[in-house]
Write a protein that binds this ligand. Structure first.
Ligand code: NAP
Length: 331
């Protein structure tokens, strides 16, 4: 039986076409779609609803989930786990951690949980969601983490300060403040995308060692830089809005000749669904650029860093042996 797919940030530039591809091509699956604001006031959620409404047989359900709140994330995972246990939804086939946050025009923001918002939305809450829902998978499953070329120092022209995983991990959740809002905001984003990938390697190791979960595998994907994404207009300087309108979108065919990973959001959404469901990618793990296996980055391959970030993430995400099915990490 086709299972349940959870997609966070389902009303995003990548998310909405991903949902349409899922409904059109894998209609047997149940889609649990999370959005930060599920109200009718949210134009992007309304657009998502419109897409779903074109397919009356779609098994797609929208949930509000603010990933900047750990209590909201824990409440959501408890609710979904219970709906799967009581048979309302089939067991999980995939979790796609797609939502993200950045702020290139402001100082670091601390959430009510006391963490930098960029790190909490992009890494900590997704880790919490994944770990708490492992017991809701069927016999196998896939976890897809959205990363970016920003994870690898020097790969993205927006980088001014390289991302890194410091020895003092508290700096990831309480970063220093200085006057360079754009440069530091981008660094916080890039660091969160590096953190996700670094954490993925430890997650795969612990999953493989667990006899009940060793058919669940995790992939991190750089979906390419999406010239029509609203990311370029969210918490960004006006110069980026202009670049999107006057350069990236109209000149895409030309720019692609130099940078083939530049594209629009719709094909990226298709790729992410294929990675999560298609038999072609069954059992895959590790890093992908678009749909090709790729190197992640030198730092993300450092096993000492992977392990220290893994342990720290369990604490940040408030995951204990009481709320995850993963046994191997608590031995
Ligand atoms: N855009 C690119 O060029 C690019 C390049 C490489 C990688 N990626 C990755 O691809 C993924 C999708 O990117 P995109 O361009 O489609 O993003 P996007 O259109 O900017 O959408 C971002 C999504 O994240 C959600 N979000 C933000 N804060 C949230 C919170 N506190 N709780 C829950 N959801 C929250 C947003 O909801 P609201 O609108 O309601 O806040 C929205 O659904 C991201 O993980 C991104 O890092 C993107």
């Amino acid at each position: 039986m086709a299972g349940t797919i959870i997609l966070t940030g389902a009303n995003s530039s990548l998310g909405t076409p991903a949902v349409e591809h899922l409904i059109q091509n894998y209609g047997d699956y149940t889609a649990i779609l999370t959005v930060r604001d599920a109200s009718d006031a949210d134009v992007n959620t309304n657009r998502l609803r419109q897409v779903i409404s074109q397919y009356p047989r779609a098994k797609a359900y929208i949930y509000a989930l603010d990933l900047s709140s750990l209590s909201a994330t824990h409440a959501f995972t408890r609710e979904i786990a219970s709906e799967i246990t009581n048979g309302r939804y089939p067991r999980l086939s995939a979790i796609i951690c797609n939502a993200y946050y950045w702020n290139l025009v402001g100082d670091p923001e601390l959430t009510a949980d006391g963490f930098d918002k960029t790190m909490q939305v992009n890494h900590i809450s997704h880790a919490s969601l994944v770990l708490q829902l492992l017991g809701s998978f069927g016999i196998d499953g896939r976890i897809i983490l959205l990363s970016s070329d920003s994870r690898w120092p020097g790969k993205n022209p927006m980088e001014k300060y390289p991302p890194s995983i410091p020895d003092d991990l508290s700096l990831l959740v309480r970063p220093d403040v200085d006057d360079d809002k754009q440069g530091r905001g981008y660094q916080r984003y890039a660091t969160s995308k590096l953190a996700i990938v670094t954490w993925m390697y430890a997650l795969n190791r612990y999953l493989q060692k667990d006899p009940n979960l060793n058919k669940v595998t995790t992939v991190a994907i750089n979906p390419g830089n999406m010239v029509d994404s609203r990311a370029l207009r969210s918490n960004t300087p006006i110069s980026m809005h202009r670049m999107q309108t006057w350069v990236y979108k109209p000149l895409l065919p030309l720019l692609q000749l130099m940078t083939p990973t530049l594209r629009s959001a719709a094909p990226a959404g298709v790729d992410v669904i294929e990675l999560a469901i298609s038999p072609t990618y069954a059992g895959q793990q590790g890093f992908f650029t678009l749909l090709q296996k790729d190197e992640s980055s030198p730092e993300s391959n450092n096993e000492v860093k992977q392990e220290s970030l893994w342990k720290q993430t369990l604490q940040w995400a408030q995951v204990t042996q009481e709320n995850t099915a993963l046994r191997t990490t608590f031995k």
